[in-house]
Write a protein that binds this ligand. Structure first.
Ligand SMILES: Nc1ncnc2c1ncn2[C@@H]1O[C@H](COP(=O)(O)OP(=O)(O)OP(=O)(O)O)[C@@H](O)[C@H]1O
Ligand SMILES: [Mg+2]
Length: 181
């Protein structure tokens, strides 16, 4: 069972590989509507209609060192198993939007995993890409973006150990309470 956080890392890696300059990750948990929804949007090189179909097939990859690409098919399979749905919208040269929706109370739903570390790692790894996370739990919204962080940190690099320590605690707290940065 692959944790939801690892699926998020995979989708963001796909967006980075597609030369995205702007990535948006929206995670929404709604207990009342029994929904967990992930949305990953990028402005990378995009896919045509034919490719959108193909990438949902486990035997398709553009990675040169691999024979199969499993990220998208595994996420799609998990959505369907959990009573949800999976969609890819993409336009060549414009970008891609992936929506993965699960029934929140499905017994097959994998654990979220270490989402604060996931968000932190993705923020730290996106040096040339702007990435923004919005995590909503039952109406409580937490937002953090690499642009926002750069403005606050100024000359201090993301990789500064004090910054990393602070951010990990900050993200963990704010996911629970909501807050915007
Ligand atoms: N956001 C995206 N923009 C453009 N192309 C994409 C995007 N996401 C996936 N693709 C294309 O779909 C292919 C399949 O993606 P998928 O994540 O399923 O496998 P992979 O990334 O090739 O390998 P794996 O994730 O198993 O390491 C990629 O090789 C890439 O060509
Ligand atoms: Mg992938």
């Amino acid at each position: 069972m692959i944790e939801i956080s690892l699926h998020i890392i995979d989708m963001v890696q796909n967006a980075i590989a597609a030369n995205a300059k702007d990535i948006e990750v929206i995670i929404e948990e709604n207990t009342k509507n029994n929904i967990l929804k992930l949305e990953i949007k990028d402005d990378g090189y995009g896919l045509n209609k034919h490719e959108v179909k193909k990438v949902q097939d486990p035997f398709f990859t553009t990675k040169v060192d691999k024979k199969v690409g499993l990220g998208i098919p595994l996420l799609k399979q998990m959505c369907i198993l959990c009573g949800g749905q999976f969609t890819i919208e993409s336009r060549k040269g414009k970008g891609t939007k992936i929506i993965a929706q699960f029934e929140k109370n499905s017994i097959d739903l994998p654990p979220m995993g270490d989402i604060e570390t996931t968000i932190l790692i993705l923020l730290l790894s996106c040096e040339n890409t702007d990435i923004k996370f919005t995590y909503t739990i039952d109406g409580k919204i937490f937002e953090i973006s690499s642009k926002g962080l750069k403005e606050i940190l100024g000359e201090i690099p993301f990789s500064n150990p004090e910054v990393i320590k602070f951010l990990k605690k900050y993200i963990k707290e704010k996911i629970k309470t909501g807050g915007v940065k």
